[in-house]
Design a protein around this ligand. Structure first.
Ligand code: ATP
Ligand code: MG
Length: 459
């Protein structure tokens, strides 16, 4: 059995206290009482009170003061304040100091019970969030999702926030960026986790079948429909429907989906009756849906319905900080003995690679590297990377130049950096460097001198 929730009722008016006390006892709460703000603080100090229901105006420490103290001492304990009619000013003040909610006297028992229930719900969400935050901070992961980059941490935070709501989420990102995992994380970290998570790949199913797949059909709806069948929307009732590759859905079905999302009810193919459904939608796409809208392949109104919360996962090459932890996770997954790893150089090479197939490609490379060699410590030359495909130099310089252009870096600066690089790779050999640069040696000397002079005057 679930343990009884503990509530503390604070009011200097004894009749009020007793009324509330019996109200909450009847609802299965364990009730503590206090006649003043000071007494409330004492009671709370050594108790497991989860929620406080307090009057505002009391002799001594007021309800407002009590909220202030509790925010400081026990921020996880929500306070619902009761204010007499006509003192809205203090109610506003109560919210400002951090009360969870307030109700105005006189109130219906249901109203106060509802406010307390919501406070408890908030508290459990907060606890859950805190627990998840701790888990993330320690390991740089959320469920099966791994990531230590700022971008992924931000995504983890968004996932945890949106998991608690019912708003539609549109996850976008290149193939292999983990959209599937993100969709699952949203479901399994939310209030719907105990309900079904139902994925459907909109590409894999022919348009004609997709409709009955989603909404079900009645018996005799079409040839072969010998029995009526429940659609995925109904299967996902109370839970989450994951529309993968939503950009591949045909226009006809898009209109039908839009209607379902608007009305929250479905009508099976061939049926006349509609059924209410409570389904949270997470959609994913590796296409640019805005482009698809411009091309007339995707309905703009449906896009807005799906894109209530956009979650864009950047390509792996834009978050190289995630590569080492991902490599480690994939190593753990595929080298079960845990006695094999990558050399520092191999890891560097992996970190600089372009990963057009993102984490999926990285996982494949790790798995193949383990299969292809017996080395305990895998070296760069043992990495099965596609030659010429996204050479590291190319990527970094591309990005460097792009950033430079955005920042407005003058050509002399780029030139200077290139000359420095070339000198570096030639080990300072100016003859070789000049040959690579396609300038004569004297020019190179002059440049080097000018630079030295500039550096001197700068320091
Ligand atoms: N952040 C991550 N942490 C751990 N594994 C990841 C991560 N991102 C992706 N992967 C792994 O990479 C593979 C591809 O991920 P997933 O299927 O979620 O990608 P996707 O974005 O849905 O790709 P597609 O667009 O091709 O469907 C999976 O094996 C998944 O476990
Ligand atoms: Mg996918």
């Amino acid at each position: 059995m679930e343990q009884a929730h503990e509530i503390l009722i604070v009011d200097d008016d004894r009749a009020m206290r007793e009324m509330l006390s019996s109200l909450f006892s009847a609802r299965g709460f364990q009730v503590a009482e206090a006649a003043s703000g000071d007494q409330a603080l004492e009671t709370i100090a050594d108790s497991d009170v989860e929620v406080v229901l307090s009057d505002i105006r009391m002799p001594g420490r007021s309800g407002i003061d009590l909220v202030g103290e509790l925010r400081r001492l026990r921020p996880q304990t929500p306070v619902v304040l009761m204010t007499a009619f006509g003192t809205i000013g203090s109610a506003v003040e109560a919210m400002r100091v951090g009360a969870f909610d307030y109700i105005t006297k006189p109130f219906e028992p249901d109203a106060v019970a509802l406010a307390v229930d919501r406070a408890l719900e908030w508290r459990s969400l907060e606890e859950e969030n805190r627990r998840l935050r701790k888990a993330v901070d320690r390991t740089g992961s959320l469920g099966d999702l791994i990531g230590e980059s700022a971008a992924m941490r931000e995504i983890f935070a968004v996932i945890k926030r949106v998991a608690q709501s019912k708003s539609s989420v549109l996850v976008s990102g290149e193939s292999g960026t983990g959209k599937d995992l993100v969709a699952r994380a949203i479901h399994y970290h939310g209030v719907r986790a105990a309900q079904p998570f139902v994925p459907i790949n909109c590409t894999a199913i022919p348009e004609g079948l997709l409709e009955s797949e989603l909404f079900g059909h009645v018996r005799g709806a079409f040839t072969g429909a010998h029995a009526s069948r429940q659609g995925l929307f109904e299967k996902a009732d109370g839970g989450t429907l994951f529309l993968d590759e939503v950009g591949d859905m045909g226009m006809g079905l898009q209109s039908k989906l839009l209607r379902v999302l608007q009305d929250q009810e479905i009508r099976p193919v061939g049926g006349t009756k509609t059924t209410k459904v409570d389904v949270r939608i997470v959609a994913a796409t590796n296409q640019d849906l805005e482009q698809a809208i411009a091309d007339g392949r995707f309905r703009e109104d449906l896009f807005y319905r799906l894109n209530v919360i956009p979650l864009r996962i950047p390509p792996l090459r834009e978050r190289p900080d995630d590569i080492p932890p991902l490599v480690e996770a994939f190593l753990r997954k595929h080298a079960t003995d845990g006695k094999r790893w990558f050399s520092k150089e191999a890891l560097d090479r992996l970190s600089a690679y372009a990963w057009r197939g993102n984490a999926r490609e990285l996982e494949n490379v790790v798995e193949r590297a383990l299969a292809l060699t017996d080395s305990t410590c895998i070296l760069p030359e043992e990495l099965p990377l596609a030659a010429g495909e996204g050479e590291p130099e190319e990527v970094t310089s591309e990005r460097y130049l792009r950033n430079a252009a955005l920042r407005g870096v003058p050509l002399s600066e780029i030139e200077h950096r290139y000359v420095t690089e070339v000198l570096d790779v030639t080990g300072g050999n100016k003859v070789k460097a000049a040959r690579i640069l396609g300038i004569d040696r004297k020019t190179l000397y002059r440049r080097a001198e000018r630079r030295a002079a500039r550096q001197q005057s700068a320091s």
